[in-house]
Design a protein around this ligand. Sequence first.
Ligand code: DI6
Ligand code: FE
Length: 396
Amino acid sequence: MILTGAKIATMQAGTPYGLIEDGAMILSGGRIDWVGPRSELPATSGHERLDLGGRLITPALIDCHTHLVHGGNRAVEFEMRLNGASYEKIARAGGGILSTVTATRAANVEGLVATALPRLDALLAEGVGTVEIKSGYGLTIEAELTMLRAARRLARLRPVRIVTTYLGAHAVPPDYKGRAEDYLTEVCLPALHAAHAEGLVDQVDGFCEGIAFSPAHMARVFEAAKALNLPVKLHAEQLSHLGGTQLACQHNALSADHVEYATEADARAMAQSGTVAVLLPGAFYTLRETQLPPIAAFRAHGVPMAIATDLNPGTSPLNSLLLTLNMACTLFRLTPEEALRGATQHAARALGLSDCGTIAPGLRADLAIWNVEHPAELSYRIGFNPLYRRIFQGDL
Ligand code: DI6
Ligand code: FE
C-alpha cells in the first residue's frame, strides 16, 4: 500500500517530531518499506494507493504501563473517599488493592477477558497498537497465571500487540500479612517460574514502596528474573524515596515508573543504565499528589521519558492515552513533542521493543492517522479523539 498526501511525524531524531510536511510511505508485509517526501517517492506498480488529504500520520501509540486486566472496580470506595471516609476505614471495609484482588480471584480467564475487552477497545480506538498488561491482582500462583493467560488471549481476540509483565510483587496478601519474605518464597517466585514455563511472561515488575516491598525484597525478585533471562522494571519512588530507582538501575531495568520522588542522583543513575522514566500522570492526578517527578533532571541527564495510563481500578482508572498526553503536558509540563515521543519511541524503549515506536524502513507498519493539522493537537485537546484510521501490521 502507498500512503500519500500526509504530514508524517516519524519521531526520528533531528527535527521536532521528525516531521515530513508533504510525505509518502510504502507499506508491505506488515512493515514500512519506504518513507520520505512525496516528491522522492520511488516509482512502483501494483500497490493500492491511499491519499490522506493532508492528515497526520504518527507511529501507533504505545501504552507501556497498564493493569488493564483486573476484576471488579473501586467506584464505591471512590464515593466513600469523597464522602470523607479515611483510607483506614476503606481498608477495614475491604477496600483498596485487596478488594480488587478478591474480585480478580473470583474471575476465570473468560471473565477477565470479558471485562478487559471494552477497556482495550477504548485504547485501540485512540490509535494504540501496543499495550503492556501486568498481573498483580491474583497474589496466588493460580490467580497470577489466570491474569497472564487472559492478557495473552486478548492479543488473539484483537489486532493489537500485548506485552505481559509479571507483577506478583504488587502487594502482600492478607494471609501473609507481616510475612513478605514467606510470600516471596512460597507464592511470588514459584508463580514467576510457572508463568515463565508456560510462556506467559515477557518482563518482571514490582511495587517498591513502604506499603509494599522493600528494595531487598525486590532484589530477590530481580535475581529470579535475571536467572530466567527476563528484563525487569519497577514501580519506584511513587509515594516516598525508598531507593527503588537505584536498585532498578543496578539491575539495568528497562524502566522506573512513577518516580515522583526520584532525585537528581536517581536521574544520573538512570542515564548511566539506560533506564527509561515512565511518567504516570493519571495516578498523580487521582491521588492529588503534589510532588512532581524531577523532569528537569531527566532532561538534563538525557533520561528518556515515556508516558502511560497506568490504567488500574484504584489509583489511575484512566482509560485514555490521549488524555494522558494532555495530563503529561498540563500537570508535568512536558512539551507536546516530548509527550508524543513518550507514547511512541520512548514507550517502545520502556518495553524493550526496537521494531516499533518510530516510522522508519524495516519497522512494523503500526500507524495512526489523525484528523489534525499539527501533532501538538494530540496533547492539546482534553477528551477529544481525532483518530481517522489505525493501521496494525500494515492492515487498515
Ligand atoms: N502503584 C499504584 O498506584 C497501583 N499499584 C502500584 O503499584 C495501585 C493499584 C490499586 O490501587 O489497585
Ligand atoms: Fe502501576
